[in-house]
Design a protein around this ligand. Sequence first.
Ligand SMILES: Cc1cc2nc3c(=O)[nH]c(=O)nc-3n(C[C@H](O)[C@H](O)[C@H](O)COP(=O)(O)OP(=O)(O)OC[C@H]3O[C@@H](n4cnc5c(N)ncnc54)[C@H](O)[C@@H]3O)c2cc1C
Length: 303
Amino acid sequence: MPSSVISLQPEYPLESRTLKVHTFGQARDAANALNQDRRTRVLGGGTLIMRKINEGTADFDGLIRTTDPALKRIRTDSSRIELGAAVTMAAILATPELSFLHAVAAAVGGPAIRQMATIGGNLFAPVPYGDFAVALLALDARVQVQASFGTREGALDAILRGPGESSPQLVCSVTFNRPRPGQTLRYHKVARVQPKGVSVLSLAACFGARGERLSSVRLAAGALAPSPIRLSRLERALEGQRLHAAAVDTALQQLQADITPPTDAIASARYRRAVAPVYTHHTSRCEHRCINNVKPISDSFSQ
Ligand SMILES: Cc1cc2nc3c(=O)[nH]c(=O)nc-3n(C[C@H](O)[C@H](O)[C@H](O)COP(=O)(O)OP(=O)(O)OC[C@H]3O[C@@H](n4cnc5c(N)ncnc54)[C@H](O)[C@@H]3O)c2cc1C
């Protein structure tokens, strides 16, 4: 049984409609309620889902939320990090042990959005959103989903390629290994508006070095496909290479086969395809993290 049920009236109702918000103290009960009614959705921080309700475009009848403290947990005391699905971008920024993710969390919206925006919601945010999910992919994160009896673990990219916003699953947490000494995590978000524009594209790279050669290369991209993706062909082409311009350029020939960029109000598919190699080269090679790089992009590419 939910611990509370409230009725929600859209702020600008186009039709007379009331949604029920069911709150559960335990994630397991919330997941059961979600499974029983396919016309309900999970409420995270609400930055996207409340917009749909207020605009009258919601294709669901009710919301499920849980106050289970496990979903707000941040565990950094071992090499395996755990972030609850209800952890916000602001909470990540307030955790010094997660400093390697601060630039990523800071790239999501403005301060007000970051107070509410959760990790769980970011996994289901439609393109061109999902910036945090891109970094999680490069960290090879696993996802814990609430099942009737305990949690079940799965690959992050399977969730990201799933039914998106209408996911019938309750994500409880994500886990990943902290980058080891000698391992680098780079993140690069390209936006037209500073400081809080949405992505033309975003890229994350995580790799180590064996001697002078790259090892354990993981590359992920946002807004270059219908959901955040691993750039698998490019990863294979870069593995074992020396990190110099010529080697990266040769490997980059694989990039176009990895991506299927969308066209939206931010950029056309053609434009994204044209600039993706430039920024991927930059992310692979530059020494510093670049966030919200909003330098005017070369005029030679039209939208
Ligand atoms: C002005 C503005 C600017 C933004 N800028 C950015 C940006 O720069 N980068 C970016 O990535 N995003 C951006 N966003 C999108 C959004 O704020 C973030 O992606 C945020 O992380 C979504 O999280 P939320 O908790 O608010 O999701 P909600 O709106 O609560 O939910 C979004 C979707 O995720 C599902 N969901 C939420 N939690 C769970 C869970 N635990 N299990 C299963 N499903 C779940 C919901 O059912 C819903 O379908 C922006 C949004 C706005 C309004």
